[in-house]
Design a protein around this ligand. Structure first.
Ligand code: NI
Length: 150
């Protein structure tokens, strides 16, 4: 049985190591400002997040399996845009996990398409989606399957 307060971001204290880190005072001041600005609960919380972010970036650069969200803003009156976006998802090189459609206004739609696969397959699908005629703005957020992040 675990006592209350023995969890750090869902991990039990048994898995957590405490380490001492040497850091320049000025850099530490910047870290503390970063912690405050981004509303982390502690320096440790911010450092864990930064390490995981670096790992996700490294995995992406190494071409390992990843999960990504493509955000597309478009005018649904654009000729055949909905059909084209749907066709791309059916032909996708990456797995399409989900598609979320928001009717923003009479004209504008926002879709969030979640993809899973290698960097190459995600980029191939994302580029085709983003390059579809009628897309007004797009974004790509890359994350991880989470398995290698603990
Ligand atoms: Ni719509």
């Amino acid at each position: 049985m675990r006592a209350a307060g023995t969890y750090v971001c869902g991990e039990s204290m048994e898995k957590v190591a405490r380490v001492g880190v040497s850091i320049e005072r000025e850099l530490l001041a910047k870290l503390d400002e970063y912690v405050r600005l981004h509303q982390y609960q502690s320096r440790s919380h911010a450092i864990r997040d930064l390490v995981r972010r670096a790992l996700v970036e490294e995995q992406w650069d190494a071409g390992q399996e990843a999960v990504a969200a493509v955000v597309l803003l478009f005018d649904h009156h654009s000729r055949e845009i909905s059909e084209r976006l749907r066709e791309t998802q059916h032909d996708a090189k990456a797995d399409v996990l989900s598609t979320l459609h928001h009717h923003l206004s009479h004209d504008r739609c926002l879709e969030i398409i979640t993809l899973r696969g290698s960097r190459a397959s995600i980029m191939a699908t994302a580029d085709r989606l983003r390059g579809t005629r009628g897309v007004l703005h797009s974004g790509l957020v890359v994350s991880s399957t989470g398995e290698a992040l603990l």
